[in-house]
Design a protein around this ligand. Structure first.
Ligand code: NAD
Length: 442
């Protein structure tokens, strides 16, 4: 039986998988595991750092219907660290590689989870889709604006599932808030405010140093400019630099912007963007981004989305380091991806419904991955398809571009171009270092 036939059978039989695996997991043992090999989603894990460790632990705990075929990282020490979290979950140890191409060319792999720095997201995701893999792609799905368009286009062209790692979309807290919003508890939501407000510390620049022996730094850099090894331009702190990340707005901020889009219920990108940023606390910080940023987005129908980022609040804002307020004509809702919401109604801000104790704190990780895996099995659309993810990621890129250029930009939502700044248009895309260029979609 060829791979495609196997895959089709596997996909048609998606609904049987849970039942079969439930029986198997109660039976246990080597024989029973081999018996369902073809019925389980074979995963490739690409980028074995911080958040992937969380995902792999989750997959190990909620094992039915899933098998990890590969661990891939350009730093073998990262694979050494992540592998023990899955060791007890599966008889055969996942294969290891530093080359994502090995994972993508494996015909047994159905889907990949990608949690690299942002500059690698689109190059790997596009190739994965060309190889017939579905992709759970960490947020943001794009490092620059145009990559979001390409990822959406590729998902359509190749019929692939792409789930952005915006797990709060799948939380029971969001589900309950959505029911209330749908009932019109807030009236018409006109303004959404999103923030990232935490106590951040200065990261001082350090000189370049020798590349650790476990690391292929040229492949870590990939499409980014070639340079010597620097430990800040590496695990964890890459997010401070434009070549690999998108600063705070593209890190925690994308979660809050995504929920702001959800709360406003917008189905387009904004038509006007104004941004300002500065340094109010983190003097001497290695980051190429301001430590505080404020971006206003106006949508074609006049509704507003406001994003704020501050580095000095150990108390967050309204009690949350990451949050939103949705302001409607009848009241407002304070919402946080930390798993909470409160409603206040009328001219006296009378307290209304909250998330309730039974679901407080639920952040949606498990449900979001499950939603992706269900779509892989059933081919039904997932909760946050790439077009929706792109509208949220667009806010990161448009905000960053406005901050870096003219401060106030007009965007033609149909032509997907700025109408008043060619230097801003140039930043909708970027240069890719050879040979790590984006693949042609044909
Ligand atoms: N959903 C969430 O709540 C959440 C939380 C944290 C991070 N993230 C996102 O997850 C991604 C990873 O962030 P992190 O904090 O785990 O970063 P990290 O630096 O801890 O891990 C990234 C890993 O990717 C590896 N890598 C780099 N290039 C690679 C390549 N070409 N092939 C294979 N591996 C490669 C690195 O060696 C490293 O091990 C980012 O997109 C980030 O925004 C999401």
């Amino acid at each position: 039986m060829n791979h495609e036939t196997t895959r089709r059978r596997f996909l048609q039989r998606g609904s049987e998988v849970a039942a079969v695996t439930a029986v198997v997991s109660t039976m246990g043992g080597v024989h029973s595991e081999a018996a369902v090999q073809k019925d389980i989603v074979q995963l490739g894990i690409i980028g074995c750092g911080g958040i992937m460790t969380h995902h792999v632990k989750g997959l190990a705990e909620n094992r039915p219907g899933v098998s990890i075929a590969w661990f891939c990282d350009v730093d073998s020490a990262q694979i050494d660290k992540i592998a023990p979290h899955y060791a007890a979950a599966q008889r055969a140890a996942p294969k290891r590689t530093s080359r994502y191409e090995d994972v993508l060319s494996d015909k047994n792999v159905d889907a990949v989870i990608v949690a690299t720095p942002h500059h690698w997201h689109a190059p790997i995701a596009l190739r994965a889709m060309q190889e017939g893999k579905d992709v759970y792609l960490e947020k943001p799905i794009s490092h620059v604006y145009n990559e979001g368009l390409l990822v959406s286009q590729a998902a359509r062209k190749y019929g692939r599932i792409v789930q952005q790692g915006s797990q709060m979309r799948s939380s029971k807290v969001t589900e309950k808030a959505a029911r209330l919003m749908k009932q019109g508890i807030l009236g018409e939501v006109k303004v959404a405010r999103a923030w990232t407000a935490e106590l951040r510390r200065v990261v001082r620049p350090v000189p370049d140093s020798a590349t650790p022996s476990t690391v292929n730094y040229d492949r870590w850099l990939g499409p980014a400019p070639s340079r010597g090894f620097n430990r800040h331009r590496f695990h964890g702190t890459w997010r401070l630099f434009q070549d690999y990340g998108n600063g705070e707005i593209g890190d925690d901020g994308i979660h809050d912007l995504d929920m702001a889009c959800w709360g406003l219920g917008v189905d387009t990108v904004p038509s006007q963007i104004t941004a300002r940023g500065g340094r109010m606390l983190l003097h001497g910080h290695a980051s190429e981004y301001p430590d505080n940023l404020c971006v206003n987005y106006e949508y074609p129908d006049g509704r507003l989305l406001i994003y704020e980022n501050y580095p000095f609040t150990s108390y967050g804002l309204h009690g949350f380091d990451n949050g939103n307020v949705f302001y409607g004509t009848e009241g407002y809702m304070i919402f946080s991806r930390r798993g909470a919401f409160s409603v206040f109604l009328g001219p006296k801000s009378k307290p209304g419904p909250t998330e309730g104790r039974d679901i407080r704190g639920q952040r949606g990780y498990k449900e979001h991955m499950e939603d992706f895996l269900n779509s892989v099995r059933t081919r039904k659309p997932n909760r946050i398809p790439p077009e929706v993810a792109h509208r949220s990621c667009a806010l990161v890129h448009l905000g960053e571009i406005a901050y870096r250029t003219d401060g106030r930009l007009d965007f033609d939502v149909k032509a997907q171009r700025f109408t008043n700044s060619e230097s801003a248009n140039a930043l909708l895309t970027k240069e890719y270092r050879d040979p790590f260029v984006l693949p042609e979609l044909g």
